[in-house]
Design a protein around this ligand. Sequence first.
Ligand SMILES: C[S@@+](CC[C@H](N)C(=O)[O-])C[C@H]1O[C@@H](n2cnc3c(N)ncnc32)[C@H](O)[C@@H]1O
Length: 360
Amino acid sequence: MQSDSPGRMSRRDPGYPGHHGGMYIGETGYIRFLRGWHSARGIHEENISAYAPRIFAGLFFAHSVRGVMTIKLQTSDGREREFVFTEENFKRICKLIYEHAGISLKPSKQHMVYSRLARRLRATGVNNFKDYLALLEDNDGTEWQAFVNSLTTNLTSFFREPHHFPILAEHVAGQRGKHKVVLWCSAASTGEEPYSMAMTLADTFGGFAPDISIIATDVDTSVLATADAGIYPVERVGKLSEAVIKRHFLMGTGKQSGFVRVRPELRAMITFMQVNLLNDVWPIRGPLDAIFCRNVMIYFDKATQLRILQRFAPLLQPDGLVFSGHSESLYNATHLFKSRGKTVYELADPGSRAYQQVKK
Ligand SMILES: C[S@@+](CC[C@H](N)C(=O)[O-])C[C@H]1O[C@@H](n2cnc3c(N)ncnc32)[C@H](O)[C@@H]1O
């Protein structure tokens, strides 16, 4: 391609990717005018139109950011895309996240995947998905974690599915004194769930209980960092009563105003660590009194769910409980677990050969 004047495109073949006069055409489908908006003003829409179809069959529009004009291309459904994202790229990503975290992505998640990983392309300075995937596989591991963190869905809240917490309190009350109570929150996200467990137990037993410990894990290191810090915007505790907030949180002042911090006594009940439920080895020692595994199984296929449930069973006390999410059921593991109602499960038959065999 030749440039007739600064920032002006000719109608000749652009031959992208690369630098072309006053602009850079990425293989990924974006055109960036390096000389800035003003020098690029001589570019007429008709000229751009000559290139756009070669790059991406779609519409385009321009905007100016810090003097650099970027043409973003739109997909046929009107979505704006800076990088070309092919079906092949999406399939490769689905395979990789399935292999690494067990997450099964549906075709409808294509746009979500694009927008989450586009941030990683920008952060790593890579300008197309093919190169990003190559970098991921050559990388020493740091980008793998960022890749996984980008593709997890971390929606959670304090006392989500509130019916579980009185059941937990009653169960732990029945176990306390018999042995040290150990609970595992296996998809802790940003921490609201394990802190809700801790608040429930602190309120049930009148304060911090040294004979109760909660292990809170997640595959995503960035949500774990938030959980570990225990600092939340006040809106996150908006649905809790004044009394609960006062008992369990400290109000931020000065630079911290608008934030609450979990009280250190509550924080001390929980150990946060990274655990990928897909890994062959978990650093979790039984016997556990309860496992919270809520709203994570929905991201796994049936075979993965079953493999995980088979490994939960031998970790439990004979009367231990599994708490699952509202849209999850353990029906494909009825030989191991039976329902106690309200998405709470117990071992189907702790004395059975099936359970004892898995336990070995
Ligand atoms: C939607 S959140 C659920 C959080 C919380 N359990 C709740 O119900 O509010 C799902 C969590 O599962 C985690 N997750 C996804 N795949 C995982 C895996 N293979 N191992 C462990 N955690 C995983 C995600 O990082 C995310 O934080």
